[in-house]
Design a protein around this ligand. Structure first.
Ligand SMILES: [Fe+2]
Ligand SMILES: [Fe+2]
Length: 275
């Protein structure tokens, strides 16, 4: 199974820039790259910060961009999103019994779980008891799951960034749930950090993906400021097969030269490899 992971597209009202770039053009380029190279993807999962300021026109632009391409897209919301506005533009989007944008589906025998970690007027993640019960029902009902969420549920050794992880009050119960069902959770995927970070949480492998817009600079000392730069955007291709997960980072906006070389020993011999 091939899954495409895109995140933090930060769409604006069309015509308005975001961080000095056109987020719509970037998102369109990512989708077109996926359509060209990964038409066999089972899902294209966009893990939140769909809009930058949560306006209706930004979600309408997202809807229009998706309508132009026949891709199996699934949407999550992030701290830059407005849940009510998102649901007004996507009225048929699944929500849980309490109205959170929590949803899940089984694809090729794997339960794909999409979490809503959005709080009210905060950039940090929320996932309190009212949402945990929904997640626990998924974890008890399925034996092979893959969790997708906007916020990182754990700190990452980035003091400033960690201020907007899942809030400390909600971490113990969320972490306890992850540990209790660690043998069922194949992988945890998130966005929010605008950077590729990978690791393992009590036996559960995790990954984040770069943004299609601006990237964050990992600063392991900075305690206040989030630092960003217009570095190359990317999306991830996740290959899941025979008990193995492989994740490729695709620099879809690269338009410079590409060198080609063979794989034989002599192909890399001096002087040919130095040319
Ligand atoms: Fe973001
Ligand atoms: Fe975010």
């Amino acid at each position: 199974m091939k899954i495409i992971h895109i995140s933090d597209i930060h769409l604006t009202v069309p015509g308005e820039p975001m961080g000095g770039l056109n987020p719509h053009a970037r998102f369109a380029a990512a989708l077109d790259h996926v359509a060209l190279h990964h038409a066999d993807a089972a899902r294209v999962i966009i893990t939140g910060d769909l809009a930058h300021w949560g306006e209706s026109a930004a979600y309408q632009a997202l809807s229009d961009a998706l309508a132009l391409r026949a891709l199996p897209v699934r949407l999550l919301i992030g701290n830059h999103d407005d849940r009510a506005t998102f649901l007004r533009v996507f009225p048929d989007h699944p929500v849980d019994a309490q109205g959170y944008v929590n949803h899940a589906e089984t694809v090729n025998g794997t339960r794909l779980v999409y979490l809503d970690t959005v709080g009210t007027r905060t950039h940090a993640g929320n996932f309190g008891p009212d949402r945990l019960s929904w997640l626990e029902s998924e974890l008890t009902a399925h034996s092979r799951l893959r969790l997708f969420m906007h916020h990182n549920p754990m700190t990452l050794g980035l003091p400033a960034e960690d201020r907007i992880a899942l809030i400390p009050e909600h971490r113990p119960a969320f972490h306890a749930l992850l540990k209790r069902y660690a043998d069922r959770i194949e992988h945890l995927h998130f966005g929010h950090v605008h950077a590729p970070i990978s690791g393992q949480f009590h036996g559960i492998p995790f990954n984040s993906v770069p943004s299609t817009g601006n990237q964050s600079l990992p600063d392991l000392q900075e305690t206040v400021w989030l630092k960003g730069a217009p570095m190359a955007p990317a999306y991830h291709v996740i290959l899941v097969q025979s008990g193995q997960t492989t994740i490729h980072q695709i620099p879809f906006a690269w338009d410079g030269p590409v060198a080609k070389s063979g794989t034989g020993w002599e192909d890399w011999a001096k002087p040919s490899a130095a040319e």
